[in-house]
Design a protein around this ligand. Structure first.
Ligand code: 8YV
Length: 316
């Protein structure tokens, strides 16, 4: 009999879905309205779970799956998984480390250019017919990206990939992390407020397991009226109320956001601001990366269900 695997979020690559269906009895959680009844029916037989980085899985749901052996996170963030509980039961929790690095870094650069050059505003201006109606250009001048002083919060895989990209744009790069890293040529700044003060753009690439709310009014004020905030990590790193206040009052110049505190709900205030470029948590959403991630998920499930440790396990 095929092992039962619970899919908490859709996988968008058809070939990965086909492979999952060929190997497992796949229960697609997101397709069912009565989720409680679904788990009552299948909970006892579920041996594997596939979830997204943002969705994760809580202890309460894992508790209803006594045969659970492996949780394959289709993403790199593990902040939404109750890792201690999984560890206590010997459940492997894998993540797709490395697979999405380049795409997430690309998105950070895209959002920064979009925010400081007003790309979304320009697009709306042309698309809405305003250009033809009101020549000469009625849009304000934008800000230059090349040569900006960039501060990176979290110099893990994604942070480093952002650094190499910004270096190619002639940017001066500083970063903060738990400690200075001795294998990078960038300037370490321990204090986040000081990093913000010395940066034209602050780019968030940190894990959010323990760092909730670190971007607050003090950090935004240090970034200053010409500064941009870019977030491709987790919404909860930012105090969204403080961010909205700072943007509204012109205490920072703009923001580029792929992630939010309460996805998919984005505050109206942010949706209405021209100085903000928005994305619906899509930094890893390319065919290439989602295929690579899906293959890692398949490999982790195969090993976990065979009683072996997946190549990457955060708990075992
Ligand atoms: C994932 C993410 O791609 O990797 C993460 O932690 O948040 C995303 O980039 C998303 O969870 C899709 O599964």
């Amino acid at each position: 009999m095929k092992p039962t695997v619970l899919l908490l979020n859709p996988i968008l690559i058809p070939a990965i879905n086909d492979e999952l269906d060929a190997l497992y009895n796949v229960v697609r959680y997101f397709q069912h309205d009565d989720k409680d009844a679904l788990i009552r029916e299948h909970g006892a037989s579920i041996r594997g779970v596939v979830t997204g980085g943002h969705a994760g899985i809580k202890q309460a749901l894992m508790e209803r799956m006594p045969a659970l052996q492996v949780v394959a996170v289709n993403g790199v963030g593990s902040d939404a998984v109750d890792l201690d509980y999984a560890r206590s039961r010997g459940i492997h929790v894998s993540a797709t480390l490395g697979a999405l690095t380049d795409d997430v870094a690309d998105m950070a650069i895209g959002l920064l250019i979009a925010a400081c050059r007003g790309l979304c505003t320009g697009d709306r201006y042309v698309r809405g017919g305003d250009w033809a109606k009101s020549p000469p250009p009625a849009l304000p001048l934008a800000r230059r990206f090349s040569g900006m002083r960039v501060g990176i919060v979290g110099l893990g895989r994604v942070g480093r990939a952002i650094a190499t990209r910004t270096a190619a744009f002639g940017c001066a790069i500083s970063y903060t992390d738990l400690k200075a890293l001795d294998d990078v040529p960038y300037t370490f700044v321990a204090d986040l407020v000081q990093l913000a003060q010395e940066s034209d753009a602050l780019i968030l690439a940190a894990a959010a397991d323990k760092a909730g709310g670190i971007i607050n009014a003090a950090v935004l004020d240090a970034l200053g009226k010409d500064g941009f905030l870019i977030n491709v990590a987790r919404g909860k790193l930012v105090n969204e109320t403080d961010l909205i206040d700072a943007l509204r009052a012109g205490r920072i110049a703009g923001a580029g956001l792929d992630v939010f505190a309460d996805e998919p709900h984005v505050p109206d205030a942010l949706r209405q601001m021209e100085c903000v470029a928005l994305q619906p948590h899509r930094a890893s959403a390319t065919i290439e990366t989602r295929t690579a991630m899906g293959e890692m998920v398949l490999a982790s499930l195969a090993r976990g269900l065979a009683g072996l440790r997946p190549e990457i396990s955060l708990t075992t």
